[in-house]
Write a new protein. Structure first.
Length: 273
């Protein structure tokens, strides 16, 4: 929800902070990595029952996640590798924090309620996977929702205010995150509506890596593109001419020999008895 409605406003306010951090030598990768460290500290604080301390550490984790993007933009180092690193660390941080919550519930003898964090983690992973898969397929609709990562962290931090508030908070978090996953599924499902694929449609590995091969035509086109690109290389052209030269010379000699026989009135090799 924050990402869809207030992203531009947040970016305007965090851009000066990111520029200041970049001038002091802080990089986006450092912020991402230290955010994981603060997430581990949050999990330890929760597991040992220091819930109020966990609120501050969780806030610090969120600040790292909020500022690594502006720092990368200020430094001009926005890249696919940085986005991949940030996404992987976010998933690791979610798992670590929920592991700390589960440890706390087991320690306080909450019984089967200790499975709540695992259920939340599973639905959270589904929300992230839907967006990643939809982006890979070129489909829209896998963004937004009630419980994106920022909202989940805020709601979880509210649960750390009191031990009696934590379990009801986890139930609410599970329900809203499930609604977010369901809403994204419906939107992507509708975005994927269209004509049926041809019978030859298949999935496979192209020269671009794992992906979708829509039809034999697309596979042929990829192979033809590869051949044309290679034919433009000087070495390939030279080798092609060298392979074709003996064949051309033999064919030329055979034609000249037939011509000489015809002038002399002798039958050619094809007409000889």
């Amino acid at each position: 929800m924050f990402d869809g409605r207030w992203r531009e406003a947040v970016d305007r306010r965090t851009a000066p902070v990111g520029a200041a951090l970049q001038r002091h030598g802080v990089t986006a990768d450092v912020l991402t990595a230290t955010g994981l460290v603060s997430a581990v500290a949050t999990a330890v604080a929760v597991a040992t029952g220091h819930l109020h301390l966990a609120i501050g550490l969780l806030t610090l984790t969120g600040l790292h996640d909020l500022l690594d993007g502006p720092v990368a933009k200020a430094a001009g180092t926005v890249s696919a590798r940085g986005a991949f690193f940030d996404s992987v660390v976010d998933r690791m941080a979610d798992a670590v924090v929920m592991g700390g919550v589960a440890w706390y519930l087991v320690s306080t003898r909450r019984g089967h309620l200790s499975l709540l964090p695992l259920a939340i983690l599973g639905v959270t992973s589904l929300v992230s996977y839907q967006r990643a898969k939809a982006d890979a397929l070129g489909l829209g609709g896998a963004t937004g929702g009630l419980m994106e990562r920022a909202e989940r962290m805020i709601l979880l931090g509210a649960g750390f205010l009191s031990s009696t508030l934590l379990v009801p908070d986890l139930w609410v978090l599970l329900g809203l995150t499930s609604l977010t996953a369901a809403g994204r599924f419906v939107r992507v499902w509708r975005a994927a509506e269209g004509p049926a694929r041809p019978a030859g449609a298949a999935r496979g590995r192209s020269r671009f890596g794992e992906g979708r091969v829509d039809s034999p035509w697309r596979a042929w086109r990829e192979e033809r593109t590869t051949g044309l690109r290679r034919a433009k290389e000087p070495g390939e052209r030279w080798r092609a001419r060298r392979r074709e030269a003996p064949m051309a010379s033999r064919a030329g000699r055979a034609r000249r020999a037939r011509g000489h026989r015809a002038k002399a009135g002798r039958p050619s090799g094809d007409q000889a008895p």
